[in-house]
Design a protein. Structure first.
Length: 379
């Protein structure tokens, strides 16, 4: 029986050609021709003022925290149902993550709970577009405007997704993308900071280049290249950018292919009589088929399903443990309320394998889910 992994990185076939070109043109450090081309592609795709490649989405979020001048004690509102980097990036500046519950439908931060979590210490809201499905950005941007808060989009899963026709990553003041190999568009490790607020653009370049004005120097805008601010080394080398450019070139086709896989699962789930809940995509959202998940009735039902699928050679996995109740979350953060939806979803969500090339095995997967879950119901 052939094993079906949860993830399988998709290669376009053009990556090595690009890497060979980077190799022969001899520019291997960051910000060479491949990086500049990736910046231009991302700026056009997302419609952002400035895209800057980073070595990860984590790095882009850390840059965002530096750019916003967060100081110890400042608060950043975010979901608890997210990856650790969403919180860690701010904790590294001494800021306090304030964890808010998520919506039952999209599993994104519940925008109706944010206002009550705002204090005089609140500086920013960091939203996460779970599964590449947008948060309710109109309400969130409106709220942020009224309280003078920054909005950062953790759009790690959101490339090629949109909210009311606007690309994810183009709506907040800042946004972060991920090109980790588990995402839709990949470069192994990789990410980008998207700067939509023009006032932050020049300083973003400086922070990314170890706190120097190197970018301005290379553009001939200053005649000395010197230390002007805090910063670190956040940029990837050209080999990574060369790989990424091949993926960006194929981005629309990759997204369409994933959508086919996603729809196969969804067509099955729609007609299945099992006790499962399928993903909800609000009318305002165009998603990118980053993830197909199911919600089971209970933790027991999910454990039974994951182990039953494993016995059939199929790797399905759960996702985030709530950050607010994790050891570091308790130490560095604060929960706003009891977060019942976060706790429930963390116990009951299961992600199905989703990658290009899996199409012919999807029937085997859905048959196995039907078999395993009806066994449980009979027991
Ligand atoms: C993947 C992911 C990250 C981290 O991305 P890296 O590129 O691995 O640093 C952050 N936030 C979310 C929501 C993610 O899904």
């Amino acid at each position: 029986m052939e094993k079906i992994p949860f993830n399988k990185p998709y290669m376009t076939g053009k990556e090595l050609d690009n890497i060979a070109r980077a190799h022969s043109n001899g520019h291997l450090s960051g910000d060479g021709p491949f990086t500049h081309e990736c910046h231009a592609r991302l700026e056009a795709l997302v419609g952002t003022k400035k895209a800057l490649l980073t070595h990860s989405c984590t790095a882009a979020l850390e840059m965002a925290a530096i750019l916003l001048d967060l100081a110890p004690g400042d608060e950043v509102i975010m979901p608890s149902y997210t990856f650790v980097s969403t919180a860690n990036a701010f904790v590294l500046r001494g800021a306090i993550p304030v964890f808010v519950d998520i919506r039952e439908d999209t599993l994104n931060i519940d925008e109706t709970l944010i206002e009550n979590a705002i204090t005089e210490k609140t500086k920013a809201i960091c939203v996460v577009h779970y599964a590449g499905v947008s948060c309710e950005m109109d309400s969130i941007m409106d709220l942020a405007g009224r309280y003078g808060l920054y909005v950062i989009e953790d759009a790690a899963q959101g490339i090629f997704s949109a909210y009311k026709g606007r690309a994810l990553g183009s709506i907040g003041h800042l946004a972060a993308l991920s090109f980790h190999e588990t995402k839709n568009i990949i470069s192994g490790e990789g990410g980008a900071l998207l700067v939509n607020d023009e006032r932050l653009a020049e300083r973003a370049e400086i922070i990314r280049e170890k706190g120097t004005n190197r970018s301005r120097f290379f553009r001939g805008q200053v005649d000395k290249y010197t230390w002007v601010d805090v910063g670190s080394s956040f940029l990837p080398g050209e080999i990574t950018a060369a790989f990424l450019l091949a993926q960006l070139d194929a981005g629309a086709a990759i997204t369409a292919g994933r959508m086919g896989v996603w729809s196969n699962y969804d067509n099955w789930a729609t007609s299945s009589s099992l006790a499962i809940r399928r993903p909800v995509i609000p009318d305002a959202c165009t998603h990118n088929a980053h993830m197909y998940y199911l919600l089971t009735e209970s933790l027991d039902a999910r454990t039974h399903l994951i182990s039953g699928l494993r016995e059939s050679g199929i790797q399905a996995v759960f996702h985030y443990l709530p950050l607010h109740s994790s050891p570091a979350g308790r130490l560095y953060g604060r929960a706003h309320g009891d977060l019942p939806v976060t706790i429930k979803v963390s116990d009951t969500l299961v992600r199905l394998p989703l990658w290009l090339g899996i199409e012919s095995a999807q029937q085997r997967i859905t048959d196995a889910i039907e078999r395993v879950m009806s066994q449980e119901r009979a027991a």
